[in-house]
Design a protein. Sequence first.
Length: 225
Amino acid sequence: MIEFDKQLLLTVNGSDSLFIDGLAMTLTKAATWIPLYVSLFYMVLRNNDKAMKVLLILACAGLCVFFAGSLDDMIVKPLVARWRPTHDPEIGALVDTVNDYRGGNYGFFSAHASNTFSIAIFFSLLVRNRLLTGFLIFWSLVNCWTRMYLGVHYPGDILVGLLWGATVGTAMWAFHQRVSKRWISERTFVSAKYTSAGYRIVDTYVVIGVLILTFIYALIRAYFF
């Protein structure tokens, strides 16, 4: 399985296209997605009328990042100590890099995959809108692709990251539901203007629009890479 993982990585890693190199580098940067996080915050503010509700959601999202990514970086990667492809003595010389970007020494499992997927799953379960869910999952998978394209994660690192991210995102949503039932009175929305969870559909379009504009920005930036 380890050998298959390495061969699969070499299959999807790199290309002869400067445009795709630039696209992957732009999409993999955390700063690129700041507008997305702002739009999610905006959606939460618009659809929760009490500070307690907003703080609970922000706390759960923060815990997603902590459990999905921070614990991985602080504990799992040093303990497992699996080389990133770019540092692997066996295939490191075969891995294509972009601007000599190689990441840290260890790569199991992918914090990019677990972080983004935990956020995608948490907000998908929270808001309950199929279109938003599709875009958020696509956003996470795009981030996963950039990590393999740039040669800093094996497919196995990505798969485990996605599984852990899904677990964390679901757990944080379940925690949110349990706490909100104790502190916050539930309201039922039956309207074409709202999701089943009570979020205004027009506000989900804001998040989707920001995602689309961010992808367009990445394409333009890649053109000048």
